[in-house]
Structure formats: C-alpha cells, structure tokens
Design a protein around this ligand. Structure first.
Ligand code: FAD
Length: 501
C-alpha cells in the first residue's frame, strides 16, 4: 500500500488536468494517473487545434481571456455577441434537441467563467483568425461563436496545464493505468492501478474519472456503435479504450447518452490508424467539402455538402463516409475554389490527385469512372445562378438532383481539378456515464455513487448526433473544474464527519 491521497484523477487530458487543479485549489491532496508514457500524455486534448467554445457578450469579454490583444488590433475587429442562449440553442439544434437540459445548461452557463479560470491558471489563448473570420470593408468579422483557440493548439494547452499542476505540487504518475475502483462501506476508497504489469493499490476518498471514452476500443465500437466502426481510424489517443466507463459500470453506474453515436469526421484516407503523438495538431482533417462535392467509389454523391457551415456538419459527415464502399470518398474541387481551401489541404501530409481535365483526374482514381463523370456533369447542370459568398449561407444551390447542395454550389469547370481521398476518423464516442450537474456519477437509482465523479468525454448525454465545434474541450474544462472542486468538498465533509466521530 503506497501513499494515500484525497482525490485521484484518472487521465491526464484537458478534463483531468482541470479537475486536478480545481481539486488542489480547493484544498485536496491530488494524484493524477496517466495510462500512457510521458511522451504520450494529454489524450485527445493533445491532438486538438485548441478551438474552444464559450459564451460572451462583447469584445471586452474576449480581451479578458486574451489580455495581450492590443487596442489597435481590437479596433479592426467586429465580434458579434455569442450569448449563453446562442450557445444553448446551437447545442440543442445540432443535437436535435436531445442534449440533456441540465447538463447542457451547466456547460453553457459555466463556459465563460471556466475559460477565465483557465487563463488564470496560465493557459494562453489567441484569436482564431484562420478559421473563424473574414475580412469585409477593412474590418475582420468573426462568426460562428468560436473566435478563440488555445495558443499552440492542444500541445500548448496540455503543456500549460501540466506546468500548472507541477507548480501546485500535484503528483502525476505516467505508465499508470487505473484498472479497478475500490469501495468501503459504499464509498470510494481507492484505485487499483497497473504499472509495468504490476498491480498496486492507492487509497483515496474520492476519484474523478476523466479518462476518455471508448473510441480506441475496436470491440466496444463494434458492439455499441455498429460493426462497420471496427474499420474506423482513431484520430486521437490509442489509450481511450473505455476503461473508466467499465470501472464505473462495475460499481453500478448508469449508462447515459447516445451509446450508438459518436463524433467522427472525414479525414485523409492515408492517415495513421491511431493518432501519432509525433504529428499532433489536427493535420489530417479535410473540412472544405462545403466548397466542393463528395463522391463515393461508385461515383455517387451522398450528402448535401453545403447544408451548413462546416462547423455544424463535419461531426456527422464522417459517419456518412464510413457507410460508403471501402469507407472512402473523394472531395472534388476545381481551381476556382482551390485557393479558398483550408490550410490542411496544403500540408505535405495531404493526399491529392490533380489533373488539367476532369477525365484525366478521374482516370487516376480507383472508382467507377463513367458514373463519377456523369455525376459531376449532372451536378454542374443542376447548379443555379446566384451570388456566391462562402462567408455566409449564400443559398446558391442546385435544383433537380439528389442529394441537393443547398449553399455554395459553383460549377466544377475550371481546371486544374483536384481529388482528395477521405475516410472516416472517429474522434470520441457520445455514450458515457450519467452525471449530475456537480459531476457526481449516478447509479441506476439516480443516486450519486459516494465519492465518484466524471468529466470530459466519458460524460454521456450532452452530445447526440453532432456537436458544435469547440465544445469538447469546453465540456471537459467545465465538468473537470466542477468535479475537482466537488471531489475536494466531498473529501472535506468526509474528514469533518470522521473528526466528529
Ligand atoms: C484530432 C482531434 C482534434 C480535435 N479538435 C478539437 C477542438 O479543436 N476543439 C474541441 O473542443 N475538441 C476537439 N476534439 C475533441 C477533444 O479532443 C475531446 O473532446 C477532449 O479533448 C476530451 O478531453 P478528455 O480530457 O475527456 O479526454 P482526453 O484528452 O482524451 O484524456 C483522457 C486521458 O485519459 C487517459 N487514460 C485512458 N484510460 C486510462 C486509464 N485506465 N488510466 C489512466 N489514464 C487513462 C488517456 O491516456 C488520456 O490521456 C478533437 C479531438 C481530436 C482527436
């Protein structure tokens, strides 16, 4: 039996580190357990571009989070309000009204105070000019409620959180997989961990599970989301294999949320099978499909590429790509839109076919060539007149084809032409545990399991079908902070009760 802690946090991603810092600042002795080695710490959070969604009313709110923003720069910016109701409504709209109102309300209403808190603990943020703004009449206009990202992406986020945890003397043990939760008299009493094949027990009055969902577990993906998901690429860490969920279920925790749903995207067809920690950053995604069209190997389109801004469709279109033959699709663009494609299309990691004519392009692709060409020609004929404007939903669509393209429909007619092969990459599973607004894990009778909390991906019931981009990090931060402080409070009460006996 080794040293005992007040709170053990399982995982070393964004949710876990926020929980650890929060527990520590609320007076607890904290241990963080990370399954991976030190060079593979940070979970999915490490792989992100750091886009983080929160509610704000004015630019001055943003300036509290980005204090380095100078007046001259601020004068060039138009920053429309993104209120808590905007955030809540976006969340409800993209989840088809299924997000749990209490959890959704907690995420949204605590988002601003949480990002300010993160800043206070040293996390640095910057404006997301690249993906979330456009220039009009000499001003930079932000759109979409996602103007901020962490400095140096997920790498910067994890670096700053670990730095802060170290400053606060929080112990972090790497290569330490939590394998079992222990209870005593129906209260959490510790965690069994595995280190280099050896088991040991660490005592603690409270545990915060923040060790991701089951996206990296083939069997669980196949069982819960569907057999075709065995073939999905894992975009992030290999370690999120559902351990925390399984440990909690063994204690009678209640499952919650959309267990047959997940966040997934279209990603380069030649991406590594699991996230490569030496190539972090979201470099393989391919999110400019609203500017072109997507065809499968049989030569058919299968989604409305222009249904909405990519922020609101990318998380559900990965699933659609997985359903296509060989789980592959081709994003097709011409030279009119090529300069507008996002940065990831210009990286050396991007797989691309290029040719001066459509026929030459299609000749290079392992597809039904006649049908592929016919579909593009039919699409071109169906494109309607209208003002093309990629910064608004321009309504320039198609008529007479299925599926239609509702916005940003330009004919694919000016060479050179480009084909980017994409497949489906899973980001995280939507199914998880049932927690209340304090982050306490609930059992089948809707009662808290004494001393057990959860945060981040493993919280079920917030995201269904889709999610508003940037909400994964914010959900982890909000519920991490809450769980950490509640876990510390729980331990404090426990201690007082023991003293009274
Ligand atoms: C490529 C990519 C890009 C993304 N971009 C964004 C973005 O820009 N904005 C956004 O909001 N979201 C983004 N997401 C989603 C976001 O990463 C997640 O929603 C969020 O980071 C999850 O945080 P978490 O702390 O719950 O899990 P993680 O960050 O995955 O952390 C879980 C940790 O638990 C550890 N662990 C697992 N099992 C155990 C165990 N048994 N014992 C000990 N440790 C264990 C893991 O090793 C890992 O370190 C992206 C995801 C990916 C993969």
């Amino acid at each position: 039996m080794s040293k005992a802690y007040d709170v053990i946090v399982v995982g070393a991603g964004n949710a876990a580190l926020c929980a650890a810092i929060s527990a520590k600042e609320n007076g607890a002795e904290v241990l963080v357990l990370e399954k991976g080695p030190i060079h593979k710490r940070g979970g999915n959070s490490f792989f992100t571009d750091g886009a983080i969604r929160f509610a704000y009313s004015e630019l001055k709110d943003i300036r509290k989070v980005i204090p380095q923003l100078k007046d001259e720069e601020a004068d060039t910016i138009v920053m429309p309000e993104y209120s808590t109701s905007d955030y809540y409504n976006d969340l409800m709209r993209v989840t088809e009204q299924q997000s749990h109102p209490e959890l959704a309300g907690q995420l949204v209403s605590k988002s601003y105070e949480t990002i300010v808190w993160m800043r206070g603990h040293g996390v640095e943020f910057e404006l997301n000019y690249e993906n979330q703004s456009f220039e009009k009449e000499g001003k930079i206009h932000f759109w979409g409620g996602l103007p901020v990202k962490t400095k140096d992406k997920g790498i910067g986020l994890i670096k700053q959180l670990v730095k802060r945890a170290n400053e606060l003397n929080i112990d972090i043990w790497y290569d330490s997989q939590a394998v079992r939760l222990l209870t005593d008299n129906e209260q959490i009493s510790g965690v069994v961990i595995q280190q280099k094949g050896q088991e040991q027990t660490v005592e603690a009055k409270s545990v915060v599970l923040a060790c991701g969902s089951f996206e990296a577990n083939k069997e669980m993906r196949s069982k819960h989301i569907g057999s075709e998901w065995e073939a999905a690429i894992v975009r992030g860490t290999e370690y999120n294999t559902g351990d925390g969920i399984k440990m909690a279920l063994e204690l009678g925790a209640q499952t919650f949320g959309e267990w047959d749903g997940c966040h997934s995207i279209g990603t380069d067809a030649n991406v590594p099978k699991v996230g490569d920690f030496t190539k972090p950053g979201d470099i393989f995604k391919k999110h400019s499909y609203p500017l072109g069209i997507m065809l499968n190997k049989d030569g058919h389109r299968f989604v409305d590429e222009g249904a909405d801004f990519r922020n609101y469709t990318y998380a559900k279109y990965g699933r659609e790509i997985l359903k296509q033959p060989d789980h592959v699709a081709y994003q097709i663009f011409d030279s009119q839109v090529r300069p507008l494609l996002r940065k990831e299309y210009n990286l050396e990691e991007a797989t691309v076919y290029e040719a001066n004519t459509l026929e030459e392009l299609i000749e290079q692709l392992p597809v039904n060539k006649a049908q592929f060409l016919q579909t593009i020609e039919e699409y071109n004929e169906a494109v309607q007149e209208g003002d093309y404007n990629p910064s608004v939903k321009d309504g320039k669509g198609t008529k007479g084809i299925t599926p239609s393209k509702t916005n940003w429909a330009l004919k694919i007619e000016e060479g050179p032409f480009y084909a980017f092969p994409v497949t489906c990459g899973i980001t995280f599973a939507f199914g998880g545990l049932h927690v209340n607004s304090d982050g306490e894990v609930l059992n089948e009778k809707q009662e808290p399991i004494n001393g057990l909390f959860a945060a981040g991906e493993m919280v079920g019931g917030i995201f269904y079908k889709n999610y508003p981009g940037g909400s994964g990090l914010m959900s982890g931060a909000v519920f991490g902070k809450i769980s950490g402080s509640q876990a510390a409070k729980y331990v404090g009460v426990h201690r007082e009760n023991a003293a009274l006996k």
